[in-house]
Write a protein that binds this ligand. Structure first.
Ligand code: SF4
Length: 264
């Protein structure tokens, strides 16, 4: 393994990668940080594209999926289909609270009463635990997905020392589609129904003409991000005191409400 790049090198690479390809960025990341680099994805197209690229660049890179217990059944089926198609081993992260305990403590409508707490328990805490000891975190965000992502660098050194890598930062939806078509990768089944950014079923609706890709997430709730992408920003942050969540079995998905109920 090469010596890990220092801040100056990371900043230099971040600028150079503005005109580089995602494959170059992934090659640099996995060469510099393996075995302490990983990809997180929610089986949206950008994560799928990166997982596909990693198959030839560094297939040993761990791929993590946060299974909140509230995903659409279509997302779970798509995950299973692509795992088979790509020969991918996906590690499912679940809340440290077993499903029944979570519901007993918080009810099955925490997403409605307190979505920040729901995301904290079901997304942020499992991810904080999974990132222990990790040096580079690859993810599939694009700048044009939302106004809040416009200034996102391709490579960023976070306050905690974690290096966050956004290899598709300067891609667009059409670039992603072109890659998928060129490689005959099947799309997520809900994209054909007007969904552009797909998270948990209670908090996701299809987008309307002219809306940005993430407008269907927590629509009307004054919330735009789940909190995952603030992990590691501070030099030190309170770690969840819990056992390794990866040992927990993946809970069965909760059946989604009818399509007309998805506007919250
Ligand atoms: S997106 Fe909604 S259902 Fe999923 S963890 Fe966050 S609040 Fe809960």
């Amino acid at each position: 393994m090469a010596a890990a790049p220092d801040r100056a090198e990371i900043e230099r690479q971040g600028i150079a990668f503005e005109s580089g390809s995602p494959e170059e960025i992934l090659r640099w990341t996995t060469t510099s940080f393996a075995p302490d680099a990983l990809l997180t994805m929610s089986f949206q197209h950008e994560g799928v594209v990166i997982a596909h690229m990693l198959r030839t660049i560094a297939p040993e890179t761990p791929v993590l999926f946060i299974d909140t217990g509230y995903h659409f059944p279509e997302t779970l089926a798509y995950r299973d289909r692509l795992q088979e198609l790509f020969g991918l081993e996906v590690r499912n992260l679940t809340s440290v609270l077993p499903r029944q305990e979570f519901i007993a403590q918080h009810g099955d409508d925490l997403w409605d009463r307190d979505p920040d707490l729901c995301c904290q328990i079901n997304k942020v805490e499992p991810m904080q635990l999974a990132l222990r000891g990790v040096k580079a975190w690859i993810n599939g965000r694009r700048r044009d997905q939302a106004g809040t992502r416009l200034g996102m660098p391709i490579v960023e050194l976070l306050g905690s020392g974690l290096v966050k890598v956004n290899p598709l930062a300067n891609w667009h939806a059409k670039t992603t589609w072109a890659y998928m078509e060129a490689h005959q990768i099947p799309p997520h089944p809900l994209f054909e129904q007007g969904y552009a950014s797909i998270g948990c079923h209670p908090c996701t609706r299809p987008i309307l003409a002219g809306e940005d890709d993430r407008a269907g997430r927590w629509a009307g709730r004054g919330k735009t991000e789940c909190g995952l992408h603030t992990i590691g920003m501070a030099a030190a942050e309170p770690a969840p005191a819990a056992a390794d969540p990866t040992a927990a079995p993946t809970p069965a998905p909760t059946a989604p409400p009818g399509r007309s109920d998805r506007s919250s």
